[in-house]
Design a binder for this molecule. Structure first.
Ligand code: ZN
Length: 101
């Protein structure tokens, strides 16, 4: 686990968020490594695509934790609802913005 880059003064709450994200990242990476990369099976391709998309969001979310921007919508700059982050801690946009994609 790499949490070295985190500022030491990071609030406890954010450290816990980052640990949660780090676990999600490890899980998804394991799942990705366990899935064949070159396959003609469309379901596997979709599955890998979803894993990769989540991993990208998780990495950005962890950067935002470190930068102090975590929990702020990347589109409208509003606050992302607590319940949404609870369910999807790597969410980068608020629910209304996500639904308008
Ligand atoms: Zn928004």
């Amino acid at each position: 686990m790499t949490i070295d880059h985190l500022p030491t003064a990071l609030p406890r709450h954010l450290r816990e968020v980052d640990l949660r994200l780090a676990r999600v990242q490890e899980d998804r990476e394991d799942q990705l490594h366990a899935t064949p990369p070159n396959t003609s099976d469309p379901a596997t391709t979709t599955y890998r695509g979803n894993l990769e998309a989540t991993l990208r969001d998780v990495r950005v979310a962890r950067e935002r934790v470190a930068a102090g921007d975590y929990g702020t919508c990347m589109r409208c700059h509003g606050v992302i609802a607590e319940e949404r982050l609870e369910f999807r801690p790597w969410a980068l946009t608020c629910a209304p913005c996500a639904n308008n994609e």
